[in-house]
Design a protein around this ligand. Structure first.
Ligand code: ZN
Length: 409
């Protein structure tokens, strides 16, 4: 039995440029009574999408979004307490992969990063080879997306979150000193989330706290403030990663039919959470708190913050505690991981976007391994100056994560 909704055949049939997978997908589609159009074989668009991408010209970059995959719930059994070990076995819960990150589709497991067996990202030694060594990194920050937030029973959610954090610690952090990790929490239970943050915060290899972009209520609401207070107390940023606990439809217009709708629509969720955090006064209460939006893209920022600034000016009587224009708060308190970077192919898009955001402090290097956003080692989109590359790869991550700076001294 799977606890949460698992991707259905229609969802995986939309994406793949790889012939090897296409034949498997065609077989699935045929079995499901569907046909797969030949345009899906088209490699041209995919190739063009990476035109101008370059390899990192620096050593010692920090990858701020890498995904270790839990092979299955069985792998967590030895990291959970007796009660949950018995429950998981008795109830036959063998997988918790959310439909927002179905491991079987091409986009979420790059062809050359796939494993002979098992989910992409489930072998720590391969991740060391592909990411830490492959990109000559100083650190990689692990964001585990195993969907513990999907459980409605908060006792189960914290039981699984603890197991995931223990698993990351034992199987990944202890394996290579360059790994760092985010603390996975049961977001809908702030009291239990704070307990988990307090339990792990003394291990300096945990450098931030992870929440999913879609929760039960808007992120800025006071309900979540105990989590923010704990983050501030321990000097931990909060990463908000693409994904949702599926308490609500993942788009503002209702439940989409296809994965492409959901994935392309992720930035809308991030836009609303950004506004929620600002307008509810989170940064008046916690002025030093940093939020890292991961796998959200960032090219949506200029029109979003312009509109927020404009409307805030007209409506500031409504939220007098927001004492600065929203765009200023974005520049001081928000960071965004590099991949996926949805930019123009001519190399001018990124420079213009950064100019419009008004700061090159806000972008943090990421590969989003093992997801497919670029080819080979060409992880940098075109249009960045040498100094911007240095900032994005090294200086900005070190400034965002004080615990990295301590470790690199
Ligand atoms: Zn990611």
């Amino acid at each position: 039995m799977h606890l949460v909704i698992i991707v259905d055949m229609a969802r995986i049939s939309f994406h793949s440029s790889h012939n090897k997978h296409m034949s498997a997908y065609r077989a699935i589609a045929k079995g499901a009574g569907r046909s797969v159009g030949k345009h899906m074989d088209d490699q041209v668009l995919l190739d063009r999408a990476f035109d101008g991408f370059t390899e990192l010209p620096v050593k010692g970059a920090v990858d701020c979004d890498v995904h270790p995959a839990v092979p299955g719930t069985g792998a967590l059994l030895k990291y959970m307490d007796d009660h949950w070990r018995e429950q998981i076995v008795e109830r036959g819960i063998d997988g918790l992969d959310a439909m927002s990150f179905p491991p079987g589709i091409g986009a979420l497991g790059r062809e050359d990063w796939r494993l002979p067996a098992g989910k992409p990202g489930s072998d720590p030694d391969r991740t060391i080879k592909d990411v830490l060594d492959g990109f000559d990194l100083s650190f990689a920050i692990l964001n585990c997306l195993y969907h513990v937030q999907g459980a409605y029973d908060e006792n189960m959610s914290i039981g699984l979150a603890r197991a995931v954090n223990n698993w990351v610690k034992a199987e990944w952090l202890d394996r290579d000193p360059r790994f760092r990790a985010s603390i996975v929490i049961p977001t809908e239970s702030p009291e239990l989330a704070v307990d988990e943050i307090d339990r792990l915060a003394s291990d300096k290899r945990f450098v931030q706290i992870m929440m999913l972009a879609g929760g039960e209520i808007p992120m800025g609401r006071r309900f979540h403030w105990p989590i923010f207070r704990a983050a501030e107390k321990h000097g931990l940023p909060i990463t908000v990663h693409a994904g949702t606990n599926y308490r609500h439809a993942p788009t503002s217009i209702g439940w989409p039919s296809f994965f492409v709708e959901e994935y392309v629509g992720h930035p809308h969720m991030f836009q609303m959470q950004l506004l929620s955090l600002i307008t509810e006064g989170v940064f008046t209460k916690f002025p030093n708190l940093k939020f890292v939006f991961a796998e959200s893209g960032f090219t949506w920022l200029p029109p979003s913050i312009w509109r927020a600034n404009k409307t805030w000016k007209a409506m500031r009587v409504e939220t007098p505690w927001v004492d600065r224009p929203p765009a200023e708060i974005v520049r001081s308190n928000f960071r965004f991981t590099l991949q996926p970077s949805d930019i123009a192919l001519d190399g001018t898009g990124l420079a213009k976007t950064i100019e419009h955001i008004g700061s090159d402090d806000v972008i943090l290097f990421s590969t989003d391994y093992p997801h497919a956003h670029f080819e080979g080692k060409r992880a940098l989109p075109p249009g960045l100056s040498d100094s911007q590359i240095r900032k994005i790869c090294i200086d900005n991550p070190l400034a965002t994560y004080p615990r990295l700076k301590e470790a690199s001294r």
